[in-house]
Design a protein around this ligand. Sequence first.
Ligand SMILES: [Zn+2]
Ligand SMILES: [Zn+2]
Length: 177
Amino acid sequence: MSAGLPFFRYHPDPLASGSIRAATETCACCERSRGWIYTASFYTAQDGTGRFCPWCIADGRAAERFAGEFTDSYGLDGVSEDVLREVTCRTPGFHAWQDPHWLVHCQDAAAFVGEVGHTELAAHPEALDQLRTDMRLDGWHDEDRLEHFLASLGEGATAMLFRCTVCGAHLAYADAS
Ligand SMILES: [Zn+2]
Ligand SMILES: [Zn+2]
């Protein structure tokens, strides 16, 4: 974690994930150049670049001023309204092929860790098992095809890795172009 950035409970290392980068760019909300700029998704009906400093994301000003959200609420089932708002309006989103969404564990939003391939995912067997189970439920009935897909994560398709903020378990979903 770097240099005095605000802490995001549900996205603890936005520098590692590439959602926030060092830049001299001016924040579209506070109009100050604060050394860091947000580069991932922002959904708003208004004109706006979505290029915000981490502070305007953390305190909710950017989402409020531009009436937008960093992440779709899809998948955030069973969490409190406060958690829902924190994830969608006060947490940096991330780069993904499909619309990024958050995973839930222990009735709380999980923390986004980053985009990973098979090797990194296999370091968290519980996440790999859970992804396999989810994909079977999603209609992947051909075991050979499924195992091949999982083994080749990182080449084209990737996995979005999260860590439960309550029990620490890792979980993931697959993202493909
Ligand atoms: Zn700002
Ligand atoms: Zn958990």
